[in-house]
Design a protein around this ligand. Structure first.
Ligand code: NAP
Length: 256
């Protein structure tokens, strides 16, 4: 029987990884269900939470999963912690795709903040034009700073809209280029960007554009994640998966 793999997804890399693994293994990709109309994933998908560590552990057992891969976003810390604990509970090996963070370059005007609430407080009292490059769930703290004008880009509509007098919404799905983000920031006269250090190319456009235009960026610090064997990209994780599921010959087979 082909080995079964569960990939916890929600990122482009998880989708790509699942697609490549499917050539050799039986793969299921798990989505939280945050996006109403996710792009086709190309492999069997299950949607929705498992019900915490116990729920995920039960899923691993019931479905005879041989390898768990955490391919979630670097800020999805709860599911990553659950994955590590469920793997420990069940003895199912777990590995992760950990996208490296962006590094600060000369010209970057970054301020690191702990979370969206801290960012909202640090924006100050003088009205400014803010680009919120955050998930819909992280926007509420900015209602405490209604003096600013907000530009909000999200895949799905922000419902209900933010309770602030000045907010503009742009529905869009990445990737976003530096050229396009530069044009966007200029068109809206943006002074500050609030973003996560997501890493990767798909959302780096705004960071490069901010550098070019001398715009301040409030970057939310990454949460700490469990220490699993990990790769930084799809190819590295593919090799790790093969290594876990197809171990090399044991000492006796090597005649040691
Ligand atoms: P989170 O805080 O770590 O997760 C909250 C809960 O959502 C988890 O405890 C789990 O519920 C459920 N969950 C999360 N990811 C799941 C998955 N892949 N499959 C099944 N259940 C999942 O994460 P979040 O901030 O809600 O993020 C949710 C998803 O969005 C993740 O898959 C993440 O990769 C993705 N995301 C994408 C981006 C992006 O920019 N592409 C940004 C942030 C998040 P139970 O405890 O009930 O199992």
């Amino acid at each position: 029987m082909t080995d079964r793999i569960l990939v916890l997804g929600g990122t482009t890399e998880a989708r790509q990884l699942a697609g490549k693994l499917a050539a050799k293994y039986e793969v299921t990709l798990s989505l939280a269900g945050r996006t109403r109309d996710p792009v086709p994933q190309g492999v069997p998908v299950r949607v929705g939470g498992f019900g915490g560590v116990e729920g995920l552990a039960a899923y691993l057992r019931d479905n005879r999963i041989k390898l768990l891969i955490d391919g979630t976003h670097p800020y999805a810390a709860n599911i990553s912690a659950n994955a590590a604990q469920a793997a420990q509970l069940t003895g199912v090996p777990a590995i992760a795709l950990r996208r490296p963070p962006w590094e600060q370059n000369p010209g970057d005007r970054w301020t690191l903040v702990g979370n969206a609430t801290e960012a909202a407080a640090l924006l100050g009292t003088t009205p400014r034009k803010i680009f919120l490059a955050l998930g819909r769930q992280e926007l509420a703290p900015f209602e405490a700073a209604p003096q600013h004008a907000y530009l909000i880009r999200s895949v799905d509509p922000v419902e209900p809209p933010l309770a602030v007098p000045h907010a503009t919404y742009i529905p869009a799905r990445g990737p976003f280029s530096e050229v396009d983000d530069c044009a966007l920031l200029k068109a809206h006269g943006i002074d500050v960007i609030v973003a996560k250090n997501s890493g990767g190319d798909a959302t780096y456009g705004k960071i490069a554009a901010a550098r070019q235009l001398g715009i301040e960026v409030f970057l939310i610090r990454r949460p700490s994640l469990p220490d699993l064997p990990s790769g930084a990209d799809v190819e590295e994780v593919l090799r790790l998966a093969d290594h876990v599921l197809t171990p090399g010959p044991g000492p006796e087979k090597r005649g040691v």
